[in-house]
Design a protein around this ligand. Structure first.
Ligand code: ARG
Length: 473
């Protein structure tokens, strides 16, 4: 266990050690370091430092030679980090100080790099750059999963299944229509990520620790250099220095987008788990994403789906952590906020992994056509169509619903399927029934009648295939 003794000479803390007579305790170092998890920000931190030093040169605070030396030093450090050769030091707390100290040892001019900058606007900048990247990368992975779902729909375009409400058979739908519902959910997840990326696209640098700087900097220059620009290339800089260093909304929005994606994953997974059970037997999940039992030789368990369902709890937990972290903090930066990164990174990593696994699970998915056909042949699925039949003959819907309910009851009493109730019985229930009443139970005809936008009829399904192929190409 680390002992509470001063571990450092104050020289080790060259960045802020000036007013201190002793370094932090070893225990405090271990407690407060973030470099073990924020080192992944290095590429963004270096991009930020290059833009900031370019701006300082533009403003006449650095010479061109100093700027160039800083840039060359930062490039060399990034190459070392990429190659795994950079010596990270927990005594230097975080990614920002590790890089700045390494640079200062090599490039004397780097002592000027932190001019008009604080770790508070620096970390806000790094995280906005990270989030822009994370939103795009996760969205691309979700799109790949959508493509796998679309391919599964294509491979089973003629398959009909019962749609369910209350987990009771409701009405027939094309399997593709069910899969398209999932595509819609995932498309909204991607839209949320795009929204978050757009809100991340404002440059914090120049906000300083809390109140900007007295030096003549050019915030728009830095923003442009980092690509914080609108659609027309105009720089976007944050508008309040205090909000800029205190704000963690984007973290929460990103974690929320991941948590809601997780809820969608979980619902998709739950359907697949049901479909792959012996009770349904609609689907056969790919062996590569299932496991067996160490005891029961016959078992093939839907583990990828169960873990997708389980990971969604973790994604919700991360969102909750961030909400709780931010609530009650006085403006502006507080060290609590360092705890914002582990849950955010975890949400990104786990959501990315989940998207890959979702794609993999669909890639080998096989549907059991016979089981689906048998389930969807249940004539009771078309009881609503029978009510519509009466409506077409002028019967008010409420009355039609009641009459069909009586036909269903008669079928149950007689112990026959719905369409085999004798016409004489049906006629007794309502005079609007004619001899042709059983035509309603032609599944093909029933599907074709569902023509409106968003409905599961074959013409609409064809249209949706075209739409998704275009959206996902
Ligand atoms: N490691 C810190 C964090 O992630 C960087 C900001 C430190 N700022 C400060 N005033 N101590 O929050």
């Amino acid at each position: 266990m680390a002992k509470a003794k001063p571990a450092q000479t104050k020289a080790a803390q060259a960045t802020w050690g000036g007013r201190f007579s002793a370094g932090p305790a070893e225990l405090m170092l271990a407690f407060s370091e973030s470099v073990s998890f924020d080192r992944r920000l290095a590429p963004f931190d270096i991009a930020g430092s290059k833009a900031h030093s370019a701006m300082l040169a533009h403003a006449g605070i650095l010479t061109a030679a100093e700027r160039d030396a800083i840039h060359a030093g930062l490039d060399a450090i990034l190459a070392e980090i990429d190659a795994g050769r950079f010596a990270w030091d927990v005594k230097l707390e975080d990614v920002h100080m590790n890089i700045e100290q390494a640079l200062t040892r090599r490039v004397p001019a780097a002592a000027k790099l932190h001019t008009a900058r604080s770790r508070n606007d620096q970390v806000a900048t790094d995280m906005r750059l990270f989030l822009r990247h994370a939103c795009a990368a996760l969205s691309e992975k979700i799109a790949a999963a959508q493509r796998a779902i679309l391919a599964a729909a294509r491979g089973h375009a003629d398959v009909l299944i019962p749609g369910y409400t209350h987990l009771q058979r409701a009405q027939p739908v094309f399997l593709a229509h069910h899969l398209f519902a999932w595509l819609e959910m995932l498309q909204r997840d991607r839209a949320r990520l795009a929204d978050t990326a757009a809100r991340a696209n404002w440059c914090p640098l120049g906000s300083g620790a809390i109140a900007g700087t007295t030096l003549p900097i050019d915030r728009e220059f830095t923003a442009r250099a980092l690509g914080f620009v609108d659609a027309r290339g105009r720089p976007q800089v944050t508008q309040n220095s205090m909000d800029t260093v205190a704000d963690r909304d984007l973290f929460i929005e990103f974690a929320h987008a991941c948590a809601l994606f997780g809820v969608h994953l979980s619902r998709i997974a739950e359907d697949l788990i049901l479909w792959s059970s012996a009770e349904f037997k609609f689907a056969d999940l790919p062996d590569a994403f299932c496991t067996g039992s160490s005891l029961m030789p016959q078992k093939k368990n839907p583990d990828s789906c169960e873990l997708l369902r389980g990971k969604s709890a973790r994604l919700q937990g991360n969102l909750h952590t961030l909400l709780t972290l931010a609530k009650g903090l006085p403006l502006t930066y507080n060290r609590d906020l360092q705890e914002d990164k582990p849950p955010l990174f975890d949400s990104f990593d786990q959501a990315s992994l989940c998207a890959d696994v979702l794609a993999g699970t669909f890639t080998g998915l096989k549907m059991n056509r016979d089981r689906c056909a048998a389930a969807v042949a249940d004539p009771a699925l078309l009881a609503t169509d029978l009510a519509d039949y009466l409506v077409e003959r002028g019967v008010p819907f409420r009355e039609a619903h009641h009459a069909v309910g009586a036909v269903v009851r008669a079928a149950e009493t007689l112990g026959v399927p719905l369409h085999e109730v004798p016409f004489a019985e049906v006629r007794k229930i309502h005079p609007a029934f004619a001899e042709d009443w059983t035509a309603v139970f032609d599944l093909k005809r029933a599907m074709e009648k569902r023509r409106g936008t968003g409905m599961p009829g074959p013409a609409q399904v064809r249209k949706q295939f075209k739409r998704w192929e275009k959206l996902l190409s």
